[in-house]
Design a protein around this ligand. Structure first.
Ligand code: SF4
Ligand code: SF4
Length: 393
């Protein structure tokens, strides 16, 4: 799974319309904590693909401890009750759960807008039709390349790219809106223009061009994935040209790699401000990568409620707002714009989750990114593929 958030205003609008009056009730703040916008439901870590940039934790959960159908239905009800408007069914590969139509149906019944984030390789027309009948609103399919040989190599699965194209056509035939997610890095950026054309040809109303973000498996593969400055600049020009050409017809969201930024992104729209994630085993996280942070006692839906986790847990309150911020963030005029950047990236690079994100040019640790960028000039190492059992020592 690779999720980039912040570009879902079209989904928010649909969800607001659907939920009408109930939404207005739930938008009230409780103890100064606003309700979440969306739940990321990581139904499973199982996935037939092995993407070396997967944002799942490097130690993946097996099927045995996953939440049951009834537990997930309860999570969906609770998410709606605390004010969430959308659910993103994700993973791993969410279609590995045979109860997915039941969960979609339940989400719709409690007023959530439903988005399926999928690799698509396990879908067929029959399964799509069942999901449509259940009320699914939107599908997002990720592609590894336009070139089948390279795409299948990156995905770690023969035949994956061809299957994805076929399923994208089925999604459109079923009348569902489609987002194509293009995860880009130094080993596929040369094909970006052709990838954009492919996405348009598949009927995507929205294209997400997402440079890899470096935590989880991607951090282990950073030397093999991080593009050069020249590659990044060329990609940005190509995205700008496509945006101009497709204006009014296709929306293109663009996420650049933090390693070349001067200012960090507002990761997840700010910690504990807009999103909450529930993992396959029921942990409640402020972002899908937060399990990489050691020493955090994450709340669980098996021992407490989503409302308690969202409003009152130490984990969600630890980096909420601006009171926790160190200098230079504490005195910075951008602190309520980017909320100090990404906590997982701060920990991954400095060992301190409470540090200013090194992606910020004002961070005392910003030079750490220069070291990684220097390494990106060398020959890329072989991929470490995502698999149960974690990153080899
Ligand atoms: S391996 Fe690839 S397709 Fe599977 S969950 Fe990870 S990023 Fe998504
Ligand atoms: S110093 Fe902190 S608040 Fe200011 S731009 Fe950098 S990360 Fe953002």
């Amino acid at each position: 799974m690779l999720l980039h958030v912040g570009a879902h205003s079209h989904i928010r609008k649909s969800a607001e319309t659907r939920r009408g009056k109930k939404l207005q009730m739930n938008m009230e703040t409780v103890n100064n904590v606003e309700p979440p916008l969306a739940l990321l439901a990581e139904l499973t870590h199982r996935c037939p693909l092995q993407c070396p940039y997967c944002s799942n934790p490097t130690h993946l959960s097996g099927a045995s401890g996953e939440l049951t159908t009834a537990e997930w239905q309860d999570v969906l009800t609770q998410a709606s009750d605390i004010g969430a408007l959308q659910v993103h069914f994700s993973g791993g590969e969410p279609t590995a759960r045979q109860d997915l139509p039941n969960l979609v149906r339940h989400a719709v019944s409690v007023g959530l807008y439903t988005n399926l984030i999928t690799s698509a390789v396990t879908l067929d027309q029959k399964r799509i039709d069942v999901l449509v009948e259940a009320g699914l609103d939107h599908v997002q399919i990720s592609f590894q390349d336009v070139d089948d040989v390279n795409g299948d190599r990156i995905a770690g699965m023969a035949g994956a790219q061809k299957k994805k194209r076929e399923v994208a056509a089925m999604v459109r035939r079923a009348g569902l809106p489609l987002t194509v997610n293009l995860v880009v890095h130094r080993q596929n950026l040369a094909n970006l223009s052709a990838m954009l054309e492919m996405a348009v040809g598949l009927g995507a109303a929205r294209i997400e061009v997402a440079h890899v973000q470096y935590y989880g498996w991607a951090l282990a593969n950073r030397d093999a994935l991080l593009p050069s400055r020249d590659q990044l600049d060329r990609a940005t020009e190509e995205v700008d040209a496509a945006r101009a050409r497709l204006a009014g017809a296709v929306v293109i969201d663009y996420v650049v790699p933090d390693y070349y930024a001067r200012l960090p992104k507002a990761c997840m729209g700010g910690w504990g401000r807009r999103f909450l994630t529930v993992t396959p085993r029921g942990l409640v996280l402020p972002c899908h990568a937060a399990e990489s942070l050691p020493g955090f006692d994450f709340p669980s839906v098996r021992t407490g409620t989503l409302a308690e986790a969202w409003r009152a847990s130490d984990v969600f309150n630890r980096f909420r707002g601006t009171d926790w911020m160190p200098a230079p963030c504490s005195g910075c005029d951008r602190r309520e714009l980017d909320w100090g950047g990404c906590r997982c990236q701060a920990f991954a690079l400095t060992g301190n989750a409470a540090a200013t994100d090194p992606a910020c040019g004002r961070s005392p640790d910003h030079a750490l990114l220069d070291i990684a960028v220097q390494d990106a000039r060398a020959e890329p190492r072989a991929f470490i593929y995502r698999r149960i059992g974690g990153v080899p020592a």
